[in-house]
Ligand binder design. Structure first.
Ligand code: ADE
Length: 226
């Protein structure tokens, strides 16, 4: 998989890919991340990427020309299945969306800033608009990092134990059951005895029951999804 991220602040996006699972995925060659500084696609000396909005109003708008230049250059080099725009008014990110995107070969992620991008960018280049939640961030970069993390960990070979992504919360519309590790007793707080019983069918049934009860208590809306 190849992900091209277009941003005016590439520095924000470096560290998420320089540690832990994402770094390992890159080193193994399972994913390539390319950061593109939008200012490199501006011809004027001031490197201006935004301008006042037509009709007046507070806040600057990202201009179409540098975005067009960057996206068009990338599209001339390879096919992209998705060109994603990170924006608070996009479709809310969920596990199903990440699962689907993890099957794509190439995608572009455009990070918005200021008041957002000129609407013509959205109308003519963008195939999908994604929000990571109902709150407004200073820019799309942190959202892009969240999106990339949720996608990349699903690529086969990225996680050591292939089954661990499948048993994540949300994969079957259920929250994950509680987990414990050594010691079996700490300050008098004991691990549920079923987990140390060695009876694996019973352990599995307990976990399923716990997952269901937790979901019903904390996120009953998930049980209503198809
Ligand atoms: N940019 C600003 N806020 C955002 C959000 N909630 N999700 C994605 N991109 C954003």
């Amino acid at each position: 998989m190849r992900i091209d991220i277009i941003t005016v602040v590439p520095d924000i996006l470096r560290s998420p890919f320089e540690a832990s699972i994402l770094q390992r995925a890159i080193k193994k060659g399972l994913v390539q991340i390319h950061l593109h500084n939008l200012r490199d696609y501006v011809t004027d000396n001031y490197k201006q990427v935004d301008d006042y909005q037509f009709g007046g109003g507070a806040g600057m708008v990202m201009m179409i020309e540098p975005i067009d230049k960057c996206i068009s250059k990338l599209k001339a080099e390879r096919d992209y299945q998705e060109i994603i725009y990170m924006t608070p008014d996009g479709e809310r990110l969920n596990q199903k969306m990440s699962n689907r995107l993890s099957l794509q070969e190439n995608m572009i992620i455009l990070c918005g800033h200021y008041k957002g991008v000129d609407q013509r960018v959205r109308d003519h280049f963008i195939t999908k608009e994604i929000s990571i939640g109902d709150y407004v961030l200073s820019g799309g970069e942190l959202g892009a990092a969240v999106l990339c993390d949720s996608i990349i960990r699903l690529i086969p070979g990225v996680l050591g134990n292939e089954t661990s992504a499948l048993t994540d919360s949300f994969q079957d519309n259920l929250l994950a059951p509680p987990v414990y590790t050594r010691p079996a007793e700490y300050k008098g707080w004991e691990v549920p005895s079923i987990l140390t019983s060695g009876n694996f069918p019973k352990i599995e049934a307990w976990r399923e029951q716990q997952a269901y009860e937790r979901t019903q208590a904390l996120r009953p809306d998930l049980l209503e999804e198809e």
